[in-house]
Design a protein around this ligand. Sequence first.
Ligand code: AMP
Ligand code: MG
Length: 325
Amino acid sequence: MADDRARRVRELIQPLLVKPGSKVDLSKDFDPRYKAGFLRKQDGQELLQTGISLLADYQRRLAAQSTYGILVCLQALDAGGKDSTIRHVMSGINPQGVQVSNFKVPSAEELDHNYLWRYTCRLPARGEIGIFNRSHYEEVLVVRVHPENLDRQQLPESARRGDIWQRRFREINDWERHLFDNGFKIVKLFLNLSKEQQRIRFLKRIDVPDRNWKFSAADVRERKWWDDYQKAFSDMLSETSTEWAPWYVVPADRKWFARICAAAVLAHTLIEIDPQYPTVSKQRLEELRAVRAELEREAPAGAESDPYASGRHQKNRQVNKKSKK
Ligand code: AMP
Ligand code: MG
């Protein structure tokens, strides 16, 4: 059963994977409207709910084990659905184990440091899932498409010589490798939206009063650089999809399908880690039993000495057996 679930998750996400070393041309290689053929929206709802409860279960174990951490990087153009993907996919997860970080135009303090500094400050701890809503990849996306951002980074002349983007790709790959080698898995999701679907979503933000707050004229102006972004995304996917931190291109024109895919990629990572609840030593178990005996002796007259051991509260629980006297 568990193996079957893992296989289905693998099959679903396999077409979204950017094979490390492959050269991506976004306009040809990934269709924003892809929906894996066999799925209808109604099926999707059920599947997403299954995925969400699976994530919740694994996340509890991840937190209890406290050995691995997960960093989820979400990239997309405006209206790609980053916020709503986070809201839906993480809806079943204990908020204590998750930290969402939004990255906007860097502050003066951030610009006073190296370009990876602000992302390092927000990395998850062991046992946690950290979500980057936009991420260090902005450093090879918006900064590349609008070079005036680079001018603001106060780099020395030597750091601007040569192919700065190739160097950043290498530095990012090395940084992620370091995290991976030390127990932090990186899930990289690019929500791939079509230009037409972006136009429709912007119109919705204008037409539906509850969405007005999301509308930004600057986002619409940014459409002028659509082709430059597509090229920058294609390069990013080609150069930074690695064995240790591969990219997944999530078709984003249908939000319901994007959510399923995002949940599936995260589930895949958790299944691979397969975190386990820590078990206690024999000696500790003996200690627990001694304390139990003491608590049992304190039971008031007429009360069960240990309702858990008697089975009344035993549903879905394993109870440490009584030791033989
Ligand atoms: P939003 O996510 O819509 O609130 O917008 C955040 C804005 O911050 C976007 O326009 C991004 O392009 C911009 N942004 C994020 N990271 C950087 C960065 N490193 N350099 C410059 N702009 C950035
Ligand atoms: Mg925006």
